[in-house]
Design a protein around this ligand. Structure first.
Ligand code: APR
Length: 171
């Protein structure tokens, strides 16, 4: 089974095969990690995203990484948290699962994720971390291509939540 790592940092500095972008459905950039990735990748990333014509929530699309140290960027819009009854958990699972499937299809061995949907989209952090770790664990049990998945947490609170979810889910 592949390895799951949890660390604090800035995902734009990760020299991995693919970093995942917590995007929106337009794929035309935004704030948060989306803004940081576009800033670091340079203007070619937006041009590439404009050719993709958006992306549905929970789906994933891939571009080159351009000026990023990562080879690819996988863009996935996570769900906006409403009240938990709008299929938010399933859609968040889909974002992680579809991003990993796309990474495997592009022969990526190392993949880095931010904490999808827990910023502007206001997904409750502990629930999101549990869904992320469960989805990643289950994917790695079934797929041998991806070797290392790193959760890159931007702040201490997020790091603590993912470390707790790791203990709960992976053990
Ligand atoms: N590296 C890693 N994580 C980061 C970085 C970074 N450089 N910058 C922000 N984050 C973290 C946030 O602290 C949060 O924990 O990414 C997580 C996701 O937060 P958002 O970026 O707000 O993403 P999300 O909640 O999924 O909302 C997506 O925000 O930026 C817009 O265009 C984006 O409309 C979309 C929405």
């Amino acid at each position: 089974m592949g390895i799951i790592k949890i660390q604090q940092g800035d995902i734009t500095t990760m020299a991995v095969d693919a970093i995942v972008n917590a995007a929106n459905t337009t794929l035309l950039g935004g704030g948060g990690v989306d803004g940081a990735i576009h800033q670091a990748a340079g203007p070619e990333l937006l041009v590439a995203c404009q050719q993709l014509h958006g992306c549905a929530t929970g789906e994933a699309k891939i571009t080159a990484g351009y000026q990023l140290p990562a080879k690819y960027v996988i863009h996935t819009p996570g769900p906006i948290w409403r009240d938990g009854s709008q299929s938010e958990a399933q859609l968040l699972h889909n974002s992680y699962a579809n991003s990993l499937a796309l990474a495997a299809a592009h022969h990526c061995r190392t993949v880095a994720f931010p904490s999808i949907s827990t910023g502007v989209y206001r997904y409750p952090l502990a629930q999101a971390a549990t869904i992320a770790l469960t989805t990643i664990r289950d994917f790695l049990l079934q797929n041998k291509g991806v070797q290392i998945v790193t959760l890159v947490c931007f702040d201490q609170r997020t790091l603590a939540a993912y470390q707790q979810a790791y203990r709960d889910v992976v053990g």
